[in-house]
Design a protein around this ligand. Structure first.
Ligand code: NAD
Length: 694
């Protein structure tokens, strides 16, 4: 027996305990230990075996430290089959989350007891895979194909009670897994319960309509991601093959997916979620205290930020310009909290107490005991200056003064105070209580513990924080301005907004740039262009048709028309935009674009700007860019991020394209020095991530 698995006797019950802290992951020692324990049980005179996990859960999934390494025997599918083939009954008593491999071990047992609070599920698709140890074959034999089709393509899970309802477990109990498991094992023994191998149960009934419906749903929902569709194929195999053949088919699909770039992209994203907060500048630095947050401005962003803070248990004082605006903000926040109750994000019995932590006021003096103030007033430097001067006057020493500005210079905002080291940018995304990304904009004078507090706040709010430096638009919006600019140029060269949107969606983004304009409102782009007009380079392209649309009052969804005509949820191309585009094109030569060309131009612009952002140290590591685009801009997770995409297609090829395009448009297509350097040195963005981690 390995140290990770213990074998003991409790009378006629053999207790097999998995003890591999922190999460009893299925590393080699656990797989070997389970195998040997089942062998020992066979030789022993124990009459029934009980598998339990020590600590806070039964068995976690795969051991992430083994990711990317060649698998070592015994493989998990064989371990599960070995358990199942025991000639004496085996019971699994499951507490805590049993996801992926943990669930598969439980399915290898003959009986399953779920302790309240347990969770059963298959998250493999989130890493580009499908269950790999018989889960897709055994679960449908217990539950029928319906629940498996619901769970596996989505990477979902069920509670103990739900698992009982669908037949995934045999019983639910309260209390300690070992004690409840022993009682259940003894009961089974007394009743003469037979060995009941899931794999020998009849094949689940084929249900062609259910498979068709699931495929149609996931074709649409997965936006190019293959694993959910392959999970459906594996479940279908269970309806046609005996267990051994089905497990081999599942394994075949699993190994095929293992080799795909999608799998690599999802693993990259998975590790980046953890690496993004590992910054030398805040390592070991204690964050400041945070209990009471002030929010200045209760519009779109302020109300969302206040909601996010309340939902994480912070108390909030929100300042508006007058009582009517303060009341309006309270109304929005109340509606947000009610929606959170509906979505199960806030327990109904916590709703009133949560709302009672909100005060909406008009007097800045009320912010005097706040630990942190987040400003979300109009995007105007004069207004920001005035607000920060007032904050400086009333906030207690040591309080943090943050701005949610999208583009403005945080150093300049900090200069309005006598405490620039306490000032930082906290760039939330709309809707702020839903979107996961928080760009933490570190200004020249920002103190390290202020940055550390921003990262701690993000964690508390359930968000992912990315460190950014000061520039126009920081990481995300600066890149957006550039790839959006590439889309506008393609329009002038002959592509239509609808072709571009379709191509970008086919790439895997939820929306194309022009749908995005309609959603955000065309007034936003117009105001940004106006703000930048004074400093615009004369060689820059201005989307004059978009200005014309603004003047027509076609502001997008909110006015019913923009690039699309919006009727309810239906959006059809707005033909009336065509003449405006024609007028902007003038006698410029026109050409056609394939969807692949559109994607290539759009992505090259994104990557080139990202390389500039990295070269200027606005983003410290390529992974910071990837995380920003994934969580703030809907970049498909299965592609890992734009930097990962660039490495996959190859930097030399991208640079060749950019150099070619720069012949016709040298202003827009200036290759990033970092991109040129990486190509010359034969390196890629992943190398920069590795160097930053050393
Ligand atoms: P908004 O117009 O919806 O809200 C601004 C609110 O601030 C208004 O309710 C206004 O009454 C209030 N306000 C103005 N001056 C004030 C003052 N002196 N004291 C108190 N309240 C005052 O704007 P928004 O979309 O919420 O944007 C706010 C900030 O957030 C801007 O800096 C914007 O760039 C940034 N931002 C916006 C988005 C977005 O998608 N809307 C995303 C990220 C960041």
């Amino acid at each position: 027996m390995t140290e990770a698995v213990r074998y003991e006797r409790e009378g006629s019950v053999a207790v097999i305990t998995v003890a591999n802290p922190p999460v009893n992951a299925l590393g080699l020692a656990v797989r070997q230990g389970l195998w040997q324990a089942i062998d020992r049980f066979a030789e022993d005179d124990a009459e029934i075996a009980l598998i339990v996990g020590e600590g806070r859960l039964f068995i976690g999934g795969a051991d992430i430290s083994e990711f990317g390494k060649p698998p070592v025997e015994p493989y998990l599918p064989d371990v599960c089959t070995h358990i199942e083939r025991s000639t004496k009954p085996v019971v699994a008593a499951v507490h805590g989350p049993a996801l992926g491999g943990g669930c598969e071990v439980a399915l290898g047992a003959h009986y399953r007891l779920a302790i309240k609070g347990a969770q059963f599920g298959f998250p493999e698709v989130k890493l580009g895979l499908i269950p790999g140890a018989g889960g897709s074959q055994r679960m449908p034999r217990l539950t029928g194909v319906g629940p498996a089709l619901e769970m596996m393509p989505a990477g979902g899970s069920v509670t103990a009670d739900e698992a009982l309802e669908i037949g995934l477990v045999d019983r639910v109990a309260e209390g300690d897994a070992r004690e409840a498991g022993l009682a259940y094992a003894r009961e089974l023994l007394e009743s003469g319960a037979p060995v009941r191998a899931v794999g020998t149960l009849p094949r689940p009934a084929d249900d062609a309509a259910a498979f068709d419906a699931a495929r149609a749903l996931w074709q649409k929902k997965s936006r190019g991601e293959v694993a959910p569709l392959r999970a459906i194929d594996a479940i279908e195999a269970a309806t046609k093959m005996d267990l051994d053949e089905g497990v081999r088919e599942e394994r075949r699909i699993f190994l095929e997916l293992m080799e795909t770039p999608q799998r690599a992209g999802l693993i990259h994203a998975f590790f980046n979620d953890r690496k993004v907060a590992k910054l030398p500048e805040i390592e070991g630095i204690a964050p400041r205290n945070m209990a009471h947050v002030g929010v200045i401005g209760g519009g779109t962003m302020g109300a969302g930020i206040a909601t996010a803070c309340l939902l994480s248990g912070l108390s909030v004082t929100l300042i508006e310009r007058d009582a009517a605006a303060a009341d309006k903000a309270r109304g929005t926040i109340t509606a947000n909290l009610d929606a959170a109750v509906k979505r199960g994000k806030l327990p109904a019995d916590r709703r009133d107490a949560t709302l009672s932590q909100l005060s909406t006021v008009t007097d800045y003096a009320e912010l005097s005991d706040c630990d942190l103030a987040i400003e979300a007033v109009f995007e105007d430097m004069a207004v920001k200056h005035e607000v920060f001067a007032r904050l400086d006057a009333v906030m207690k020493p040591g309080a943090i003064l943050a701005t949610n500005t999208s583009y403005l210079d945080v150093n300049e905002i900090a200069a309005a105070t006598r405490r620039p080291s306490d000032v930082i940018g906290l760039h939330f995304f709309s809707p702020a209580h839903v979107m996961k990304l928080l760009e933490v904009v570190v200004a020249d004078a920002t103190a390290a513990d202020v940055t550390a507090t921003a990262f701690a706040l993000a964690k508390r709010l359930g968000k992912i924080a990315v460190r950014a430096g000061v520039c126009d638009g920081f990481i995300g919006n600066r890149m957006l301005a550039t790839y959006r600019g590439a889309a506008d140029r393609m329009i002038l060269d002959g592509a239509s907004p609808w072709e571009i949107d379709a191509a970008i969606k086919a790439f895997g983004l939820p929306m194309g740039p022009f749908e995005m304009s309609d959603l955000a409102g065309l007034d936003i782009g117009f105001m940004t262009r106006k703000r930048k007009a004074a400093t615009r380079d004369p060689r820059d392209v201005v989307p004059t048709w978009a200005d014309a649309m603004y003047h027509e009052g076609w502001l997008g969804q909110k006015t019913g028309q923009g690039y699309y005509v919006h009727e309810g949820r239906k959006a059809t191309p707005n033909e009336a935009v065509k003449p405006l585009i024609e007028a902007a094109r003038g006698d410029r030569p026109q050409r056609t674009f394939t969807p692949e060309e559109i994607q290539r131009v759009y992505m090259a612009a994104m990557v080139n700007e990202a390389a500039k952002v990295l070269g200027e140290e606005i983003a410290r590591r390529p992974l910071d860019v990837d995380v920003t685009l994934l969580y703030g801009y809907g970049f498909p997770r299965w592609r890992g991020g734009p930097m990962q995409w660039a490495d996959t297609v190859g930097l030399p090829a991208l640079l060749t394209d950019i150099n070619e395009w720069s012949k016709a448009d040298p202003y827009f297509w200036q290759p990033a020095p970092l991109l040129e350097q990486l190509v010359t040195e034969g390196r890629c963005f992943a190398d920069l991530n590795k160097e930053a981690a050393q």
